[in-house]
Design a protein around this ligand. Sequence first.
Ligand code: BES
Ligand code: ZN
Ligand code: ZN
Length: 456
Amino acid sequence: MKITVTNTLQSADTIVLPLFEGQESISSKLLSEQDATTITAWIAAKKVSGKAKEVFFLPTPLSASQSVIVMGFGKKEDCNNDTVRQGAGNVQKTLKTQKIATVLFDADLTVCPQCPAAFVEGVLLGNYSHDLKTDDRSEAIELSEIAIFAETATSDVQAAVEIAEICANGANFARDLSNAPGNKMTPTILAEEAVKLAKETGIKSTILGEKEMEELKMGSLLAVSRGSEEEAKLIVLEYTHPEATKTIAMVGKGLTFDAGGISLKPGAGMWEMIYDMCGGAAVLGGMHAIARIKPKVNVIAVVPSSENMPDGKAVKPGDVVTASNGKTIEVLNTDAEGRLILADALVYTVNTYKPDRMVDLATLTGACIVALGHLLGAVMSKSDELVADLTKAGDETHERLWRMPLNDEFKEFLKGNTADLANITGPVGAGTVTAGCFLSGFVGDTEWAHLDIAGT
Ligand code: BES
Ligand code: ZN
Ligand code: ZN
């Protein structure tokens, strides 16, 4: 997709014009006098109102561009990234049904450089698709160019649009990794994708296999992988900036398929566990963007990746394993495997990189979906500042988070019969919180937050 910011007039298949609620006409340099009159008439006839996320498609076959899309921006005082992004998603649907290949957006009608950036982000996210169907699509027209016309503040718009494009591409990269089925996204393939990303962007990659994990005594991660024919991998990417004074670490659960192991999941819906590597995908998607934005901070991405399968060699309920920090863990349910692979990954990250801040992302518990559904993720941390920063970032990007507690009292429920820890609790409820508490035993004093993204 070609994305450009220009201060000179150019042609496109359609022009997109923002309209605020209450506006009675549109005056745009991109619009012919005749089309402007037509739109004003439609506004007067109340067929188009500028309400947030509204899309009004007007064919203009006699003009240079063959159509105009009037995009509702809502009330000027309420305008935010989210309305524009979601409105742009609606515009994208129209572009698709109307078979439009090139778009010209009038940024001079918006309120700030963030608006055209959010437009680009929304169209790129909306335009994403993933399937392996082989039907004939020769008739389909792909969107090939988004041009932003900004006669004023051209360089500010350019800078914001560049970041939006990078972020949307990072998100779509994460979606590609996530949507790939389990047979096409094994730990080895996920590791190859990470290495490819590192080579593309010039960052460092290190992939640990099971032999290296054994040397590091990662008995918890290795236990999960034992029932699988696929080798587990610990994927590590390092982005460094010469002027950085801080290091942050992101750790993502990369279970490429979670059958539950010997504590086998029910058959209905089991296929959805191809998405049990979404935490890992999010971390790699983040790195995809960070390596291109190049912020002045060091960022480490760590993805423990494995399958969780039943097999004669698989870890069994009741087995006791030893994690790389020396703690013994009673595996009472092999389906609570996310915390087992994360335990060794968190220890590794803390010991190797001593990050100033660490965040893990994991599709960790079904209980999180019971609590928050599919609209918000859970955030757990002892650091109010880190929770505040993550919640703010989530609000800005529509990746919303809701805080859950991490009281040490819950740790009582995780004591093992014969080991330091059990990987599940008795019937005490709070499944998302107790999972977070389990992880807290593997982060030392690091400022750390756990995000349960099972629902989102
Ligand atoms: N990957 C699942 C959690 C999950 C469930 C994610 C549904 C997305 C949708 C995780 O490994 C798991 O199976 N957790 C168990 C934990 C339980 C055994 C304590 C769960 O939530 O049932
Ligand atoms: Zn599981
Ligand atoms: Zn899982």
